[in-house]
Write a protein that binds this ligand. Structure first.
Ligand code: TYD
Length: 202
């Protein structure tokens, strides 16, 4: 497989999405095709799942299964074909989100999520995961400024986000070669310098 899969992760308000265009342009200047997408979503069917899962109350298992259902479509329709033709895929959230939110945040079993991960993309892991990390208060403040109508996750209390953040950092410690922690409480110039060097090293 000639392409690369780069995923962006972080708690709500950590600022990951605002860097997506910068990263895409940095790769495109090397003459490489970039496919930008997001999860849940990224396909017509996945976007319908997104609307449901971000807005409706449901059992934690249902939420997890829907995240993986959306991911399965996305892999089949978008990610695998793009990687096969040599494109680089930038995915705003991927399975680390499920470990952080459904396992860390909601307390679901880690081994069940690992089983689904193996089922859905056992032969594929991101080449690079950029974990945007900021203290809870910074992320909450950004969210309050940016969002007029918060979704189901964004309405969670700070102890939920503190568990999600801890789960992310634990995964970064577990997979240090793949997951790079970006301190996103810093200024834009510093963050972009750091992103550029990580992207250029791929
Ligand atoms: P997000 O990516 O933050 O989009 P936006 O910035 O437009 O609000 O929203 C997606 C939400 O879905 C986010 O709160 C995290 C949650 N999520 C999970 O809980 N598990 C998952 O596996 C994924 C992919 C997302």
């Amino acid at each position: 497989m000639a392409g690369r899969l780069i995923t962006l992760e972080g708690i709500d308000g950590a600022g990951k999405s605002s860097h997506l265009d910068f990263i895409a342009e940095r790769i495109e200047t090397r003459g490489i095709e970039v496919v930008s997408t997001r999860e849940p979503g990224g396909t017509a069917f996945g976007e319908r799942i997104r609307t449901i899962v971000l807005n409706e109350k449901m059992h934690g298992d249902t939420e997890t299964l829907l995240m993986f259902a959306s991911r399965t479509e996305q892999l089949a329709e978008v990610i695998m074909p793009a990687l096969a033709r040599g494109a680089w895929v930038l995915c705003d959230r991927f399975t680390d989100s499920t470990f952080a939110y459904q396992c860390g945040g909601r307390g679901l079993s880690e081994s069940r999520i690992a089983t689904m991960e193996e089922w859905v993309h056992g032969n594929l892991q991101p080449d690079l995961t950029l974990l945007f990390d900021a203290p809870l208060e910074v992320a909450r403040e950004r969210l309050n400024v940016a969002k007029t109508s918060p979704d189901k996750f964004e309405r969670e209390q700070s102890d939920f986000f503190s568990r999600v953040r801890a789960a992310y950092l634990q995964r970064a410690a577990q997979f240090p070669h793949r997951i790079k922690v970006i301190n996103s409480a810093r200024g834009l110039v510093d963050i972009r310098t750091c992103l550029a060097s990580l992207i250029d090293s791929l």
